[in-house]
Design a binder for this molecule. Structure first.
Ligand code: AP5
Length: 213
């Protein structure tokens, strides 16, 4: 199973990537999570990414391509993988093709999450994320068992820096400009499947599982 999850910020990619990873026992590679973890640890990568992420811009292509290439070459990825938040530009998509050819594998499906923009703003403004393991919750749609505490690791739930409405609108603009063209890129290669993601989390998951099997 080799999946790419494509879709606007807040479309539910991270939520579904986690469920797919657990159900099928394959690693999820979430570039946003990797970059946030690096920021939290104050590594060179984190320092480089911070100003881009805080302002809703994309981190430079060479930085994220390097991260994903290293992960995909890991032996954990032999069984398959879920890419969440990568690729996000044409350059990243072309680099991914080169990396996969180099390791003699290919993309299985590209799932394009479709959700109305106003719903996205509502989803993101209510999101709370675990500061340790990055699991996403929602104050209405996806509550943790204990208020403010992550079900998976017991970490503290916080609001992401880039989840302020103004930054979210910028992220949506960047998405339209830089990432939306990938819908055609993958559609022309007959890899794209539309996912009606404007539904509750379990229904979206059932829909995805029926597509990818
Ligand atoms: P990243 O972390 O990838 O953010 P994103 O793509 O903007 O996506 P989000 O994490 O906001 O949303 P999601 O689709 O995962 O939704 P979620 O499941 O959390 O990237 C952040 C930044 O990092 C970028 O702006 C950029 O700077 C940098 N970056 C990352 N990758 C990069 C790359 N490849 N190139 C360059 N820069 C890169 O769900 C959202 C909320 O809704 C949650 O609260 C959830 O509980 C809830 N929810 C989920 N599904 C449903 C549902 N079906 N119904 C109701 N609520 C739901």
């Amino acid at each position: 199973m080799r999946l790419i999850l494509l879709g606007a910020p807040g479309a539910g990619k991270g939520t579904q990537a986690k469920k797919l990873s657990k159900k099928y026992g394959i690693p999820k590679i979430s570039t946003g999570d990797i970059l946030r973890e690096a920021m939290q640890k104050g590594t060179a990568l984190g320092l480089k990414a911070k100003s881009y992420m805080d302002s809703g811009q994309l981190v430079p292509d060479d930085v994220v391509i390097g991260i994903v290439e290293e992960k995909l070459k890991d032996k954990d990825c032999v069984k398959g993988w879920v890419l969440d938040g990568f690729p996000r530009t044409l350059q990243q998509a072309q680099a991914l093709d080169r990396i996969l050819t180099g390791i003699r594998t290919s993309i299985g499906h590209v799932l394009n999450f479709e959700v109305d923009e106003e719903k996205i703003i509502k989803r993101i403004s209510g999101r709370r994320s675990c500061e340790s393991c990055q699991s996403a919750y929602h104050i209405y749609f996806n509550l943790p068992k204990k208020d403010g505490v992550c079900d998976s690791c017991g970490g503290r739930l916080i609001q992401r820096n880039d989840d302020k409405e103004e930054t979210v609108r910028e992220r949506l603009k960047v998405y339209q400009e830089k990432t939306q063209p990938l819908v055609n890129y993958y559609s022309e290669r007959s890899l794209l499947k539309k996912i009606e993601a404007d539904d509750d989390i379990e229904n979206v998951f059932t829909r995805i599982c029926s597509f990818v099997l």
